[in-house]
Every structure is written in C-alpha cells, then in structure tokens.
Design a protein around this ligand. Structure first.
Ligand SMILES: NC(=O)c1ccc[n+]([C@@H]2O[C@H](COP(=O)([O-])OP(=O)(O)OC[C@H]3O[C@@H](n4cnc5c(N)ncnc54)[C@H](OP(=O)(O)O)[C@@H]3O)[C@@H](O)[C@H]2O)c1
Length: 320
C-alpha cells in the first residue's frame, strides 16, 4: 500500500510503498477514507518532537471502513485507567506507531468508534485528536457553566475551534483572539461574541473595557502573551493550556494568580472515557468540525505547508 513516511529527522514525509503491519490479536485493518493533519505532524517533520523514529507513517486522525461499517480512530493509545493522567505507556498514533497517512492501517479494535451519523467521512476525520484535546481542556479541566465567559486564543487552530464550538454548545459567551482579522470575522460568524487581534498589544485592555474579564481561558500558545490571558481573568477563573506554540512564559505575575484564586491547568489529549464523552457531546449537539480545506491524499505536502504557514482556519483534511 501507499503511505507517507518520515525517512529522516527534520525532513518532509515521502509517499512510498510499504508493507502493512502484521495483524495481531484484537487488531483489524481499517481502509482509510480520510485523514487530517495536526500541528504534531509539523513538529515531527521539523524534528521538534521527542523520540522521533524514522520509517514511520505519520498521521493521527482517520475515518475509514472495516467490515462494512465506518469508524473513526481514537489516536490516544494506552492511556490507562487513571482519568486524571495518562499512563507511562501512553503514545499517539503516527509516531512511534505507524499512523493514518496511508491507504490502510492496522489498529486495535478498541480504538474504533462509530462515525457520527451527521458527519461525512472528511468531517469525521477532522475530529479525533483536536476534538478530544479541546473536550478535555474545556469540559474536564475548566468545567464550564452556562453563561460563563470563555476566551479561546488563536482561533485559527484546530483545537481552538473545537473549544469554541463546545463552549458555545455549553451556553457560554465566547470571545476569541487571532493574529488575523479575517479569522476573527469568521469566528464571529460561528457564534463568538467578540474577537481581538493578539498582535495589538492593547487587546487585553480592550477586552476588559468591552466585557470586564472572563471566567475561563483555553490556550494553546503560552509564550509571553500568556500574561495577558492572566490579566483578563475574573476572580476564580480557570485557565487550561494544551500547547506551547509560542514557547516559555516570561514575567508571570504570581500575585495576580494567587490573589484572584486562578487555577492554571496543563492538559494533554484525553482518556478513552473523554473520547467517548466527546463523541456523545458531538452527536448530542450535532457539532460539525470547521474544515479549512480538503486536499487529495497524493498532495499531502500542500496541507503540511499550509499548516506550517499558519494560514488555515480549522482542520486540513486529506481525502484518500
Ligand atoms: N497537549 C496536547 O495533547 C495537544 C493536542 C493538540 C495540539 N497540541 C499543541 O497545541 C498547539 C496547536 O495545535 P493545533 O493542532 O490546534 O494547531 P494549528 O491548527 O496549526 O493551530 C495553531 C494556531 O495557533 C495559534 N497561535 C500561534 N501563535 C500564537 C500566539 N502567539 N498566541 C495565540 N495563538 C497563537 C494560531 O492562531 P491564529 O492563526 O488564529 O493566530 C494558529 O492558527 C500546537 O503547539 C500543538 O502541538 C497539543
């Protein structure tokens, strides 16, 4: 079968013929109909991910068929039984184990979940990694209540958009930030109340003047911009961050955090239970992932370049 392989650390993946993994007990062969890229795939091709192995098929997300039925894959493998934190064996499909940018994939049946009926294969393929990350960050780590104010940063991102959609479905008032005014405009069309361009150094002051602060922050960037996220927090606010695209945080003000009793949580993907609950939530609220573009499997490099440039709004999906 054909698959996109990483042959060298720091190199783009190449399309080549590979053998399918041996099918062991409890495993099945899923024929992939669609897959989707995550920022993780970019970090791997840049050599900026721990324990990269060469000769591996990239890709964590997929929708495909097995035995006449259509499924999506939970890419978080071996989470373990502790809902609070993943086990030492936890790993993510698509490094170090062969992933979904392939015509077929061998996967343990327990990671297959029925495709939501209201989604087509491309929409369903956009869900798994970003969806479960956003679900755990928002629902488990910050426990939103109806009417609370939620700020989601970097709204062009795949995880960020799911967090926004989930928070709106919870009845929260959602505010967003982006480096792009066009992306802010799109987010308003999807139900955000206000958008702020984080390239403007005064955006946080403006949000405070407009809305007086937020109860929840969902962030995937950190960096020095994190200080503004703390400044806009109401007393008792919860911040969950799932990524560090902008690097380390300098100058964090401890007084602000302890005096306002702010909770800051790190979060990573989600447990099998979180994945199950995320799908139930998607089905209940008929949430449709925001897709930036569907690209042919043969042209995967176009998707990698687009995500690396940061120009996308939502998930980039590959049609196999
Ligand atoms: N811990 C986990 O389990 C987990 C899971 C998924 C992702 N992640 C990490 O989370 C990050 C985002 O992942 P993704 O797949 O959603 O990526 P993505 O779809 O490529 O989104 C990246 C977005 O980050 C935003 N961004 C970049 N710099 C920013 C800054 N300084 N301040 C605020 N926003 C900024 C941009 O938003 P605008 O274009 O709107 O400016 C960009 O669209 C990556 O670092 C990824 O590795 C971690």
């Amino acid at each position: 079968m054909k698959a996109w392989i990483i042959n060298d650390i720091g190199q783009s993946p190449v399309l080549q013929r590979v053998d399918l993994n041996e099918v062991k007990d409890s495993e099945v062969v899923l024929s992939v109909m669609a897959s989707a890229i995550n920022h993780r795939d970019i970090w791997i091709t840049k050599g900026l991910y721990p324990d990269i192995k060469t000769g591996i098929v990239l890709g964590s997300d997929a929708c495909g068929t097995y035995d006449g039925k259509t499924y999506i894959i939970n890419p978080g493998l071996d989470w373990g039984s502790d809902q609070a934190v993943q086990s030492r064996d936890f790993n993510v499909l698509g490094m170090p184990i062969n992933g979904t940018f392939a015509e077929q994939i061998v996967i343990n049946k327990k990671y297959l979940y029925p495709k939501p009926l209201h989604l087509n294969a491309e929409e369903a393929a956009a869900l798994p990694l970003a969806g479960v990350t956003a679900y755990r960050a928002l629902m488990i780590k910050t426990k939103p209540q109806k009417g609370e104010k939620v700020l989601v940063s970097g709204i062009g991102g795949g995880v960020a958009l799911f967090a926004m959609q989930f928070a709106i479905a919870c009845g929260c008032e959602v505010f967003v930030t982006s480096s792009s005014d066009q992306k802010l405009e799109k987010a308003l069309q999807l139900g955000a109340i206000s958008g702020y361009n984080y390239s403007n150094p005064d955006w946080a002051k403006q949000l405070m003047a407009d809305h007086g602060g937020v109860d929840i922050v969902i962030d995937g960037a950190c960096g020095n911009g994190f200080n503004n996220l703390v400044k806009i927090c109401n007393p008792g606010a919860r911040i969950a961050f799932y990524g560090g695209s902008a690097g380390k945080i300098d100058g964090l003000n401890p007084q602000l955090i302890f005096w306002r009793q702010i909770t800051i949580s790190g979060t990573t993907m989600g447990s099998d239970q979180d994945f199950f609950d995320m799908l139930a939530f998607i089905n209940k609220h008929k949430i449709v992932p925001v897709i930036d573009e569907v690209i042919d499997f043969e042209n995967i490099s176009k998707g990698f370049n687009k995500m690396a440039s940061g120009s996308q709004f939502g998930k980039i999906v590959f049609k196999h």
